[in-house]
Design a binder for this molecule. Sequence first.
Ligand SMILES: [Zn+2]
Length: 227
Amino acid sequence: MVDGSPQSPPIQQPASGSGQEEPFDPEDPEDWIRRIEAKWANINVIGCELGDMADACVRWTAGELELLYGTLSDHILAGYLDQPILMIRTDSDDFAGLTINWSVDGVLSSDVRISDGAWRSSPAMGFLDLFDSLLDTDSHFQGTIAHELTHAAVWFHPELLEWWIDAQEAAGESIEPGDWRIGYRYDWSVYEQLEDNPELYELTVQGELFAMTVSALMYDPWWIWGE
Ligand SMILES: [Zn+2]
């Protein structure tokens, strides 16, 4: 259903290319930012330094940037992440990840904010993950990034969400808020204000479930190895 994502090199072996080798220090955040921005021209990683700032930004660690590199490489919807994306590390306590989508004169873009909470947010937020949030793990951090990037992909390509809804109908399956597999602990009440607009509410909820599902397929061991 969702094909077109390019094959990616394994994270341990970032592309070296055939040209000149740039010295690369995996402990240096600057080097990771350069590597990411060289591989994906549409990705702008905010370094949170003079001339490269965003509201409430903090600096990414080298380890976090390595995880970001891996998630961008492996994302199921990588082929749809084709418009400008700002990647911002923030110290906000209000969310684990947050994507703000923009349309300015018909040009689409997304700002993706990742907080400390990303280390403790499980990809599917489902019933089987009740104890996950006690642990800081790479898969939590990457799952949060994968979730937010899914929102960006849907913003750039709304047809993804239609395919997702159609695929559920075709399978005779409907995932709703409160489903034990995904979204069990998600705070759905934030969307209650949208219930006056059933169409928007449904699209928003399905967009959330889609993002959780993509994230869980990529990083949730219960989905990968369970049953
Ligand atoms: Zn979301």
